[in-house]
Design a protein around this ligand. Structure first.
Ligand code: GLY
Ligand code: MN
Ligand code: MN
Length: 509
């Protein structure tokens, strides 16, 4: 088909369209639909918990306008988008779930009037369009005919408990009166909103550097607001971990099929992810299904390798619930149901490091324990074990000193990170709220030491090469210690062997 020179490039995306355009069609397609309001609308599970979170934001930034965008749809290629995932701060404050709500904005407006305190909060979003609109049948990105119905203003209020407004005028509300009201914008979520706010700031000659510093402070605060999980968040994390547990069973059961497949790692990945998709929303991060030497590539997500008899498979995977809380679990599995002697001793070294980290965390009931102490406890064991294996070129004490750290060659990552809506949650928190913070009830983090001996590592004996082990659990700090939220997963060497032997009997030796 030849192209029409007068055709706008931006319209060519419609080249393949056969959509009729007659007046008769337009009248006809707009008529005859049952447009009763959406039924069965109930408050979201998080709706009871979100008011306290919004009140905390209001107290922290009195008299200022606060803008938290969900973020826009993102193009994956040409005219197809990625599945939508809102910014975690927006999810935390609205309680919205799954794939809602692209382009929405949560705006805290300082209350009006003398002596007024607090904010009025409005959720600006794109409400359901009428069947008589062009959008309804012709907009493949937002139209109901293409992507399904959206909420009305009223139903969104019922679900979230938040006052709602049509986002077509949201930017006026965000940028008005900037000479007299200061606005803080959560940056990093929606570049369109950032540009509009920056322009409006420039028009009133605002100090742009100071404004951006104020924005950064908002991002930092919204990250820190999630450091202590409320009961609903902990329930959601438990739920995500339960789904993940089922997915791991499926993945273990797929080991025999993986060995028989040219891309065996994909068999394991797919087995996990299909379970996560069936029972939850999806996965919280790209699954790492790494056999043999690939386990030593920390973020191996290509998962296109073969799985050989005798290999260890490192599976790092987490299901994400509808609420978008995610698990983050790693188990290292002997494909044939039995660890070799050298695999077993490396596994036990990592397990001992994990146990030391758990024990350190539990000490918080007797004396303050800092987040960084948990990592340090694991590192003491890792350094000692590497010394026992004859691999450390210096003493354990020298390696553990700040000037040494040679042991980190075989475990360059940290032992723990906070976990929640983001797999690496609360990442913008200040150091003294994160690494240097005391453990407190309600914190949820991972404990995930590992040892990675690459095939190409000339400083370890040949029998170590191509072995990577990580053991990762999700931990809740409680008032009387810590709870391993992933305690339902086989963890010791014997438990893991029994697991593989039971679910993948075809390979047991
Ligand atoms: N799955 C990424 C991590 O463990 O941090
Ligand atoms: Mn992790
Ligand atoms: Mn992980």
């Amino acid at each position: 088909m030849s192209s029409d020179a007068s055709e706008e490039l931006s319209d060519r995306v419609n080249n393949r369209s056969h959509r009729p355009n007659s007046a008769a069609f337009r009248d006809f397609v707009a008529s005859g639909w049952d447009r009763a309001p959406l039924t069965g609308v109930a408050p979201l599970p998080a709706a009871e918990w979100t008011p306290a979170r919004r009140e905390a934001v209001s107290r922290r930034f009195p008299g200022e306008r606060i803008v938290v965008p969900a973020g826009p749809l993102k193009v994956r290629s040409n005219d197809t988008d990625y599945r939508f995932r809102a910014h975690s701060a927006f999810i935390h404050l609205t309680g919205l779930e799954t794939e809602s709500e692209p382009d929405a904005l949560l705006v805290f407006e300082p209350a009006d009037g003398d002596g007024a305190e607090g904010h009025t909060v409005t959720l600006w979003f794109r409400p359901r369009a009428g069947a008589d609109t062009e959008e309804f049948f012709s907009d493949a990105r937002y139209g109901e005919y293409w992507v399904g119905p959206r909420d009305d203003l009223e139903t969104m209020t019922v679900r979230t408990g938040i006052t709602t407004a049509d986002s077509s005028t949201a930017m006026d509300a965000v940028t008005k009166d900037l000479g007299s009201v200061s606005v803080r914008l959560l940056r990093g979520a929606d570049v369109n909103v950032e540009q509009a706010v920056d322009q409006a700031r420039a028009q009133v000659s605002a100090d742009l550097e100071a404004s951006e510093a104020g924005d950064d402070e908002l991002l930092e605060y919204l990250s820190e607001l999630r450091l202590i999980k409320d009961d609903h968040e902990v329930d959601q994390l438990r739920h995500a971990i339960d789904i993940t547990r089922k997915g791991f069973d499926r993945a273990v059961a797929s080991l025999p099929a993986a060995v028989d497949h040219a891309r065996g790692e994909r068999v394991i990945e797919t087995s996990f992810e299909s379970a996560a998709r069936l029972d939850g929303y999806g996965v919280g991060y790209d699954t790492i299904a790494a056999a043999g030497d690939n386990a030593c590539t920390l973020h191996w997500i290509r998962n296109d390798g073969v799985v050989r008899s005798g290999d260890l498979v490192l599976l790092d995977a987490g299901a994400e619930a509808d609420s978008l809380y995610t698990a983050d679990i790693t188990r290292t599995l002997p494909v044939d149901g039995t660890f070799t002697e050298v695999q077993g001793k490396i596994y036990d070294a990592v397990l001992a490091a994990a146990d030391a980290a758990f024990a350190k965390a539990a000490e918080h009931v007797e004396h303050p324990v800092l987040f960084r102490d948990v990592h340090a406890a694991a590192m003491e064991v890792i350094a000692q074990k590497l010394h026992d294996f004859g691999l450390l070129p210096v003493s354990v004490a020298e390696s553990l000193s700040e000037k040494g750290q040679q042991h980190r060659r075989w475990m360059v990552h940290g032992t723990s990170h906070h976990l929640g809506l983001d797999v690496h949650d609360c990442a913008q928190a200040r150091r003294d709220m994160y690494l240097d913070a005391r453990l407190e009830p309600g914190m949820v983090f991972t404990i995930e030491p590992g040892l990675y001996f690459k095939e190409s590592d000339l400083l370890v004996p040949e029998e170590f090469r191509g072995i990577g082990v990580r053991i990762e659990d999700d931990v809740l700090v409680t008032s009387d210690g810590v709870e391993n939220l992933s305690a339902g997963f086989p963890r010791t060497r014997a438990e893991v062997e029994a697991w593989v032997q039971e679910l993948a009997p075809g390979r047991a030796r």
